[in-house]
Design a protein around this ligand. Structure first.
Ligand code: PXL
Length: 281
């Protein structure tokens, strides 16, 4: 049986359960051959830790891409997450263009911030470069904060109405030309979920689960990894978006008994058997 090969580009946070340390095990468990390019190596992620190291790998990217091109290495899919510098966006576009198989899937999680704020090291100029980078992506997966920065407009917090959300996803889709899964959507305090914009039908669908109070680090990366893996396993856009919600909720629930000591990430490993079961249903 031929396997699907994906390249994911995001940082290695050596400790903290996000980015590559989440994407690689999840995609592997889903049966997908996963290559990586680390955009940076940090001792921990930047959420809730101080004093972390940050090794920017920007200048390694073109050489990795050139080597692969020479070797004839090619990918069925690409998934980008946390990017280490503005300059990397151009390098990544080049790697995608020179190593993509025909019809390759391109998923972008425009990781930049959450809860109305940009993460350490990001600024409005990066957001505007990211908005340009999205062009040509098949699916983009911003949260509401990232959506606001991509569109250079204020973040409305818990205030988004259904009409505003639908306007957001349509305008986000205009940036990429593809589908949009907007995360962190809520119209009822007790529910939290995603808005799914299908470009070919121009329709918006929703998928909600019961809200678990608080915010959980790394869940965006857990979500994007499962979503991308599911698409590659033949799930539709809506099915993949829903499976990723179901899995993320289980990963959060597995963390709840220990949430104080485990505030840096979620115990997604404990939900992997559930994921494998859902793939064989
Ligand atoms: O989960 C997003 C993420 C990825 N990588 C690094 C981060 C964050 C969020 O804070 O700091 C290094």
């Amino acid at each position: 049986m031929s396997t699907t090969r994906i390249l994911t580009i995001q940082d290695i946070s050596c400790f903290g359960q996000c980015s590559i340390t989440v994407a690689l095990p999840i995609l592997s468990a889903m049966g997908i051959e996963t290559a990586i390019i680390p955009s940076a190596v940090l001792s921990t992620h930047t959420g809730g830790f101080t004093g972390y190291t940050f090794r920017d790998l920007t200048e390694d990217l073109p050489a990795i891409g050139a080597h692969w091109q020479k070797q004839g290495i090619a990918f069925d899919a690409f998934y980008t997450g946390y990017i280490g510098s503005k300059q990397q966006l151009n390098y990544i576009k080049n790697i995608v263009n020179t190593t993509r198989k025909e019809g390759a899937l391109f998923v972008v999680d425009p990781v930049m911030g959450d809860n109305g704020k940009l993460y350490a090291g990001f600024d409005k100029a990066f957001a505007s470069e990211m908005a340009a980078f999205l062009k040509g992506a098949d699916v983009i997966l911003p949260n509401l904060t990232e959506a606001a920065y991509l569109l250079n407009e204020p973040y409305l917090g818990a205030e988004y109405t259904e009409a505003q959300t639908e306007s957001l996803v349509r305008r986000l889709s205009a940036l990429s030309g593809g589908n949009v899964v907007l995360t962190g959507v809520s119209f009822d305090k007790a529910k939290l979920g995603v808005a799914i914009y299908e470009r070919n039908t121009d329709r918006v669908h929703y998928y909600f689960e019961d809200r678990i109070e608080g915010s959980f680090h790394g869940t965006g990366d857990v979500y994007a990894s499962v979503f991308t893996g599911a698409l590659l396993r033949g799930f539709s856009l809506r099915e993949a978006a829903a499976l990723a919600v179901d899995f993320t909720v289980r990963a959060i629930r597995a963390t709840l008994p220990d949430r104080e000591e485990h505030a840096y990430g979620v115990k997604f490993e404990q939900a992997i058997p559930y994921l494998i079961k859902r793939l064989s249903d």
